[in-house]
Design a protein around this ligand. Sequence first.
Ligand code: HEM
Length: 487
Amino acid sequence: MPTETTAPVARPPRMSDNPVRRIAADIVAEWRGRGKFPPGPGDFSLSRTHQIAHDPLPILLSGYEEHGPIFSLRLFHTRVVFMLGPEANHFITVAHPENFHWRESSFGDLIPLLGDGLLTIDDDYHDRARAIMMPAFHREQLTAMIETMRAEAAEAVAALRPGEAVDVYGWMRSLAMRIAMRALLGLDPDEAGKGAAAAEHFERALGFYGIDYPLRLLRGPGSPWRKLTSSRQVLDEIVFGEIASRRAAPDPDSRDILSLLLGARGEAGEAFTDREVRDQVMTLMFAGHDTSTSTLTFMMHELARHPDVLARLHEEQDRVLAGAVPTLDRLEREMPYLEMVLDEVLRLYPPAWIGPRRAVRDFEFGGYTVPRDAYVNYCSWASHRIPEVFPEPEAFIPERFTRERKAALPRGAYVPFGGGQRVCIGKRFGQTEVKVVATMLLQKLRLEAQPGRTMSVRQMPTLSPKGGLKMRVRERGTPQGEPARAA
Ligand code: HEM
């Protein structure tokens, strides 16, 4: 049985998963804050709600043009405040995070799957958990994890056959899942029992967050909600079982995050409870798997459209690695162009594109008061496309991110990993994973766009190419457009 909490700070309150109750509470909260919302359309509109759910950029960027960095939109049953641009991002993440909670945000429906992990907790309870977890993400740990990344990437690249068409998104998704299983949970994804079942049920549970909101409200037998809860049950059995067996027979050489979290201690010397460890690893799996998948996929999409950028990347990797596998040192210190390409991919397509929050007190920004309990979001995706900050925002130009130009950006301008005390804890892990996979893939192969195919973006729960992204696998040396030898 999971142990009970020994946390020296109060656990966060339980949240209702009854959608009707939540909608009613939202309506009451908006009524209490009446008269205080920043400008923007306040009438009920299904088409606006639909547009935000399916293609939010145009509506957000025109809201910014019309009203400036803060405005509100009525979405479904409630008004939602959007804050865009460098100052707004800085205000929410760095200058005044105390005004906001994540837990009561519009993403609160992650709690039934993730529980009380870093993403869904706030204030002292969050800061304590984060401090306990930080050592698991230090450089030495990453050095151990890069071996897992390289081994998995080598196998996945070897499975690609020149001449075949591959869904890069699906390919990277299963690779990222394998890496997460091993590096985070210490499970072997090939092991017929636990490993494969955990991967399968995690994917099934995540499927819930990719479907349209109204369907997520259903609760009956066969509903997406029931599928989520039954997959969660399987995952719980696996993760709690794993925790119990590691507690019973700790392996001092084990380097996966689950083991590190079991051994981690807070300031008062207290350990995480079983439930806390479970919630944190589920959160890491969630936050770390879709994000790197999408980043790698969008990178391959842009490289296929920009052969000049690809050629410079090849030149850099050949010069620095001469065909050898990438090490952490080389990736971080000797391959600046790869870093610039990654930065530009994350500018155009930041997978965690929205920073959902709820105001916990009235606050002022940009000449407006925002009432307590308002839903407030910052949005890296829209902020990264403001032309005054990033000229020619639609163009893919890695040179924007030379060291000097990156340092000269206004604070809060570039926030693909968020900022302040909630900045992505897996930032280096994710960057390294994408760099390792991209480097090992491009050392051997080239991915070519399929003629006549366009890529469109879907954004729930993270930005990703709608319907995946089919590309043609080529030998690295094959000139573009030339028929390659089939496998
Ligand atoms: C390219 C890859 C990634 C991107 C772009 C990304 C992006 C982000 C962003 C924007 C946030 C802040 C959200 C907010 O302010 O509301 C965040 C938080 C977080 N990320 Fe990542 N992430 C990536 C990879 C990862 C990985 C690999 C892990 C875990 C292994 C991870 C774990 C987390 C966690 C736990 C948080 C919550 C931190 C906190 O609130 O203290 N992320 N991430």
